[in-house]
Ligand binder design. Structure first.
Ligand code: SF4
Length: 216
């Protein structure tokens, strides 16, 4: 047995993309750019190993925090499924405190954020609304943890989206997947790191790479 090869192979598995049925729409799919979510379903890509390992470190840290918070009345990874006619919307917030009506989403970064990213807020506002069909939700927190320094910052969120907004985004993504038609691009600073920039651009022949990346 070559232990070096064995462990290298195990690490490579971290980079494998996950494949899910079209009818399962996760909140993370619709809180982010729908076009990116479309490509990630139609043309799943391996992530690079460095990013995959960072994600694994983040997941392991989240699991540690989740398990510790169980002692304080929190539940972790509660899966909330909202069945619609042709698809289901799946919400899996990191932590909820049912008695206090609190929803928590953990995010690991390599910097000290002063404000949370817009897609983090969108994701939490969707979780809060979908959970409110089952418990009384009072507020949510995005908790950002700097994995290099241990800096922790909690951002309170007191609003949730209307269900129609969530449903319409899920329906749009589902229909695009069924019809093999990518949704319109949703420009943001996340385009810079999007693994589907090339595919996205190839279908936007009227835009130059520079204007596209700047979100003009
Ligand atoms: S490059 Fe930007 S607009 Fe295009 S799919 Fe990626 S995130 Fe969406």
């Amino acid at each position: 047995m070559d232990i070096e090869v064995l462990i290298s192979d195990i690490l490579q598995k971290l980079a494998e993309p996950s494949v899910r049925p079209i009818s399962e729409i996760h909140v993370s799919d619709i809180a982010n750019c729908l076009r990116r979510s479309y490509y990630s379903r139609k043309q799943p890509k391996k992530v690079d190993l460095v990013s995959a390992m960072r994600m694994k470190f983040g997941t392991t840290l989240h699991e540690y925090i989740q398990n510790e918070l169980l002692k304080y009345g929190f539940s972790k990874e509660v899966r909330v499924v909202t069945d619609c006619k042709d698809f289901r919307i799946i919400a899996t917030p990191d932590l909820i405190h049912e008695e206090k009506g609190i929803v928590v989403e953990l995010k690991t970064t390599n910097s000290n954020l002063i404000t949370p990213h817009e897609n983090y807020v969108k994701q939490l506002k969707m979780y809060m609304r979908l959970l409110s069909d089952h418990i009384t939700v009072t507020k949510g927190y995005i908790v950002v943890i700097n994995r290099d320094s241990g800096y922790v910052r909690a951002f309170e969120v007191n609003e949730m989206f209307d269900f129609d907004y969530i449903y319409n985004r899920a329906k749009k993504l589902y229909e695009c997947l069924i019809n093999d038609t990518p949704p319109e691009p949703e420009y943001s600073n996340l385009c810079t790191w999007c693994p589907y920039r090339k595919e996205c651009l190839e279908q936007l022949t009227c835009l130059t790479l520079d204007s596209f990346c700047n979100g003009d």
